[in-house]
Write a protein that binds this ligand. Sequence first.
Ligand code: PNS
Length: 168
Amino acid sequence: MRIAVYPGSFDPFTNGHLDILERSLKMFDKLIVAVLINPNKNSLFASSKRIEMIEKVSAKMENVEVSQFDGLLVDFCKKVGACSVIRGLRAVSDYEYELQLATINKQLAPDLETIFLMSSAHCSFLSSSIVKEIARYGGNIEPLVPANVGEELKKVFNTKFTLKKKPA
Ligand code: PNS
């Protein structure tokens, strides 16, 4: 069975991630979306919430599993028996970081291949950070994220907005 891991912070999962997930699914028997738990990173959503959102998005997809990991990605891949890591590439600016990750991972685990998929044109400038910024200022994020993720973003930012506006 050919298993691939699609790792990331997914804070939150966007339509860009969905694009990569759906396309890579065609190449493997099973895809594990692996959410990085990084206590040092200031995440908007807890890893449990990020997992819950991705599980909802992928509920109807066969052969997709959502998991979390900490430590080295190569160790997680070994544990789950994956032969490949999937990463999406958007603009040239992604290249240097991705080259670094792929090269280090290759050194740590020579049998593990990193496979890059070029983002579809409509997602090529989409990122979790941009989505959060638009949501924070009340912009329309609906075309950028799955519906359930949009709902969660609205909850987070509406709450903050309401609290700020309350009289002291
Ligand atoms: O969505 P992101 O934040 O770009 O994903 C980055 C991720 C999770 C793929 C990367 O940070 C990672 O693999 N972290 C785990 C630690 C690790 O294995 N680092 C690579 C060797 S330095």
